[in-house]
Design a protein around this ligand. Structure first.
Ligand SMILES: *Cc1c(COP(=O)(O)O)cnc(C)c1O
Length: 360
């Protein structure tokens, strides 16, 4: 077996230890005589799996007891609708920060349901920075403020948590949740699709302050009401059991890495390796303002874009996969989520050096 260094933005690579454990338990989970995919979500085995997953996530993020942890389906994209459906609570409008493709999509979805105010928009600057707190034109009467704390495509990560007073703050953390400690009590709601930094695609994690539950827009399906999930332990219907199980193993793996403090240290080291190299090179460039650069998603361009296809092909031959940039930005993008080892980033930098020497 030979595994490549996988720089995919998502679905992304998983820790090898976790995959090995999944393999070992696939046919017979802990002596149950069956695998997790085959067992009832209401039986004692799966109950212990989902309870441990929630407990470990609570421990990792130090989630206060007045927050509920929900396991949903529909991806982060479903949250673009579920957030306004549940959090408007009769108010006239919601505030949105637009800092990239994902927050733009969230805004478009909210617009279908309510009136929205854009409190800052960096599209004119091609989404190359996070707006500062002082730039935010906040409405104190807004139902909530929504932002995307790490824009996966443009590689922009907020270096601060916006302050919106008593207005609940909602964050799409899909592509950097669990990469660093975060003060959950600053947020009304946090959501994240799993396939970037949590586990396999199919489960979406929602962390929501309990006072925000219970007043969805009238006429909405029960499946779009957070309270349905909160009242039923995320099992109103059959939850994505296998994805929750693997996410739980990733949480245990994270605890073995020293929790979020430990993984943050490694993420800082990996990001510095790559950005320092790009900044020192005249051949590669990253357009994002330094303070706002993402530790997880590093887009970069080559001085000669006609070499892009050759770069991707030769990278692949060197064991570096899924490095091509998003079509809306071009160039390359290295996603270096929690499971990416420091050696993977070193291998990428070595390849980039060598490619520049030959073609630059
Ligand atoms: C990938 C991503 C999404 C979309 O996730 P889906 O699971 O495909 O719905 C939303 N927001 C961010 C920040 C993402 O990175």
């Amino acid at each position: 077996m030979s595994r490549v260094f996988n720089f995919s933005a998502g679905p992304a690579g998983l820790p090898l230890e976790v995959l090995e454990q999944v393999r070992d338990e696939l046919l017979d989970w802990h002596g149950a005589g069956m695998g997790v995919m085959e067992m009832s979500h209401r039986g004692k085995h799966f109950t212990s799996i989902i309870e441990a997953a929630e407990a470990d996530l609570r421990e990792l993020l130090a989630i206060p007891s007045n927050y509920r942890v929900l396991f949903l389906q529909g991806g982060a994209t479903m949250q673009f609708s579920m957030v306004p459906i549940n959090l408007l609570r009769g108010r006239a409008s919601a505030d949105y920060l637009v800092t990239g493709s994902w927050s733009k999509k969230a805004l478009a979805e909210a617009r279908r349901l309510t009136s929205v105010r854009v409190v800052a928009d960096t599209e004119a600057e091609r989404f190359t920075r996070a707006p500062a707190q002082a730039e935010l034109d906040l409405d104190p009467g807004a139902a909530y403020l929504h932002y995307c704390s790490n824009e996966t495509i443009y590689g922009v990560e907020f270096p601060y948590v916006p302050d919106c007073g008593d207005v609940p703050l909602v964050a799409d953390m899909s592509s950097h949740i669990l990469s660093r400690p975060v003060d959950v009590s600053r947020f009304g709601l946090i959501y994240a699709g799993a396939q970037k930094n949590i586990g396999p695609v199919g489960v979406t994690v929602v962390i929501v302050r309990d006072d925000l539950l219970g007043a969805p827009m009238p006429g909405m399906p029960l499946m779009l009401d957070y309270a349905t999930y909160a009242a039923n332990g995320s099992m109103y219907n059959t939850p994505p059991t296998f994805a929750i199980y693997v996410a739980g193993l990733v949480f245990q793996w994270l605890k073995r890495q020293g929790g979020l403090v430990g993984i943050e240290r490694r993420n800082i080291e990996k990001a510095a390796l790559l950005y320092d190299f790009i900044d020192a090179s005249a051949f590669y460039a990253n357009p994002v303002r330094r303070e706002d650069r993402s530790r997880m998603n590093v887009p970069f361009t080559l001085a000669r874009p006609e070499l892009d296809a050759r770069f991707v092909t030769e990278a692949s031959a060197a064991g570096i996969e899924q490095i091509k940039g998003h079509k809306s930005v071009g160039g390359m993008r290295a996603s270096i989520y929690n499971p990416m080892p420091v050696d993977g980033v070193r291998a990428l930098v070595d390849f980039m050096k060598e490619f520049e020497r030959r073609c630059g």
